[in-house]
Design a protein around this ligand. Sequence first.
Ligand code: PMV
Length: 330
Amino acid sequence: MQVGDPSPSDRSSVDTPMHAGVGQTVAKIILFGEHSVVYGYPAIAMPLRNLRMIARVEPTTRPSELSSLGWVGPLDEAPARFASIVRAVDAALEFAGHPNARLRIETHAEFPPERGLGSSAAAAGAVIRAVLNAFDVDVEPEDLFDLTQVAERIAHGHPSGLDATATSSQSPIHFQAGATTAVQINLSAWIVVADSGIHGSTRETVGHIREEHERCPEVTRPRLAELGRITAEAVDDVRAGDVSGLGQKMNDAHRLLAELGVSNARLDQLTAAARSAGAVGAKLTGGGRGGCVIALARTSADAKRIAAALGMAGATGTWVYAPHAYEVAA
Ligand code: PMV
């Protein structure tokens, strides 16, 4: 055998009917219901369509390789923070019927990781789509969800499925116990998203609440139930366009999340700065103890002023969204 000839175990990469593939998902924010959604309560989330996660894959005769977030190397040697991407690749290859195929995988994110913007689900979802695209495998949305959840279990332990759904959605969604419906947001208002610059670990915050739930259910359960009630009422506010009602509920949700132990000084400070600058309400979004906050503004001029105030208060990035601009299919 010549040097460079494929060994029998390399054959799959040579015989595999595969071409380059691409997959795309987006970032998301949770308007209401993070953490309580894990316990079966509802959540409202919104995809951020301008913040994309793009994955590209191509066949290789060398061992599979990953390029992600500035790290490049053999997939087998990827650091622990890429474990869910590695699982996503394996799950997608198994689904495609080519478990031993060798790939070069590259992810490109237009938003930072570990900021409550759904980076892990978005990366897994994009990689899975790219792999299936490379093998021309047609796939139902339910299969994409299940495959993304396989990877998300590595990232978070017991994910609700909200991130896997929201990062591949076209419009804001209502999500509860695995069931999703599109939500038309009739609010004449703007949402400012601000990055605290602090990495948050969703696995850690979800684990913290689970421990507290076991240790002290009489304190934790009512808080989760209250978050569930607020979210259910927020759905009515969103449909009715009640900006004041929604802002108050954002403040209440932030307080409850802080009582559950998933805020921190920086997030409390940023939400306070947003309110002082005229936000109708503000809260953390996503796993917490870092990551992003969201603030509700009545006008686009208010939103710009709040974003500037958040920057002055230490936010490392801000984005402004008009949630009413989404078209929801009837
Ligand atoms: O921090 P993110 O973007 O991964 O959002 C996590 C949302 C949680 O409700 C905290 C967990 C979940 O599985 O829904």
